[in-house]
Design a protein around this ligand. Structure first.
Ligand code: ZN
Length: 162
């Protein structure tokens, strides 16, 4: 069985070297900006929705390695899926990162994204990992700008003092 820490480092490195879906979309139907002031992560996410299907997705910006790897894996995971499937993953990823979901126990659809399960033990990095998902949620809802520190942040409360 692979060492989860080694796998985590390998995935982070790989997605930072070759981020998937990095750039912009010419046919974006939805865009959102996300900030994580605690770390300085700042990403822009573009979506091309056709009906309920995610036809295209791209991200760019300046962020730390964890945020970039999370964004890269997220785009690869949700591209071609439905909005409903992506919303389920947003909730599951948030629950995993904040410790509400134990990926070894509960039912979930996270697949390879479970390499991020360890961030729940790294309170300062939880929001780095969540930011891309939080920004995707904003884009779906036509919210143009979001922050992991906003008062109306639906993901703020569960993160607590992290
Ligand atoms: Zn960060």
């Amino acid at each position: 069985m692979a060492d989860p820490k080694a796998l985590y480092q390998e995935v982070i490195l790989d997605h930072n070297r070759k981020p998937r879906n990095f750039g912009t979309l010419s046919q974006a139907s939805h865009t959102a900006e996300g900030h994580n002031p605690l770390c300085g992560d700042h990403i822009t996410l573009a979506l091309e929705l056709r009906g309920d299907a995610i036809e295209g997705i791209a991200f760019q910006g300046e962020s730390c390695a964890i945020c970039k790897a999370s964004a890269s894996m997220m785009t690869a995971m949700v591209k071609g899926k439905t909005r409903q499937t992506a919303e389920t993953l947003i909730k599951e990823f948030r629950d995993m990162a904040t410790g509400a979901l134990d990926v070894g126990q509960g039912d979930h659809h996270l697949g390879r994204l479970t390499v991020f399960a360890g961030v729940r033990d790294l309170p300062t990095r939880v929001k780095c990992a969540i930011l891309p998902w939080h920004t995707l949620h904003a884009a779906f809802n036509s919210v143009s700008s979001t922050s992991t520190e906003a008062g109306d942040d639906p993901m703020h409360a569960p993160i607590g003092d992290a």
